[in-house]
Design a protein around this ligand. Sequence first.
Ligand code: GLA
Length: 333
Amino acid sequence: MSSDQQVVSLCDAYKDYFPIGAAVSSRCIHTHRDLLLRHFCSVTATNEMKFSSIHPDEGSYQFVLADSIVEFAEANDMLIRGHTLVWHQQTPERVFIDSDGASASRDLLLSRMRDHIETVVSRYKGRVYCWDVVNEAIDDKGSDYLRPSKWLQIIGPGYIEKAFEYAHAVDPDALLFYNDYNAVAPYKREKIMRLITELQQKGIPIHGIGLQGHWNIYWPSVDEIRYALDDYARLGLTIQITELDLSVFAYGDTRIDLTEPTSEMMELQANRYEELFRLFREYKGVISGVTFWGIADDVTWLHNFPVRGRRDWPLLFDCEHQPKESFYRVARF
Ligand code: GLA
């Protein structure tokens, strides 16, 4: 038996728990094909379904790249998470401007949002099983509630409920998620809880909460995540970890001199992945999916972010696509 055959498939290991997914680009479905087919049973398009990619110009939709991911997933019996319909980033400026170059009116922006959601959701109806309908609408600043995005400024807070209603009207079977980062941090968790409770009280069709999971090898603590899972579970919605990666750098660490991770970093990361997945398995009743934001360390958004010129090693497979210690701690339990 080759060493590759001895490596258990992640999806098989978790078949009694939840699907294991990866964010993919239209390129890495080719470059990372073997890992994807062996270990992952769900995909999210990294960028290809975002507003500026799929709907770059007024009335002009570009489905080719998103389609290639959907077709890849379908050909290989994988689930498809849709990401994302309404976000303050990667949305063309022209969406918020009218034909005279002035700020779009509320009615105009609402009708553009509706057209976008209806067109994209209907194209993938019955194929994309869940959507991150609204991404990152909560403000990071202390007591401020909603992020002061153009969506909020022009439409008002009702833009969030409208987005869910439009999506639900087109595909009533799709599970609709609110997705955000730092969602386990108490300051933000309380605001997300408030938002979802308000939506539920109004009878808005929302089914899930996406905790992005852009964490690092020191933060957040398992207790903080556990507390957040307990809290969110009380809302009665399903929970997914939608964008998991564990940077090897603590916040504020700006070193850029490393060309490879230290053994201490890899050991800490393996310990963290082990304890996180132990927790996730414990919460399999409320967690319905865990998606990594990437596949292997050669391609990650954390190269150059948040520190320019710095590499990072946040995933389960190394730059040569070999399993890391972190992989074994997740897959063997
Ligand atoms: C956020 C978005 C993702 C992605 C990451 C960074 O978490 O939800 O789509 O853009 O930032 O790569």
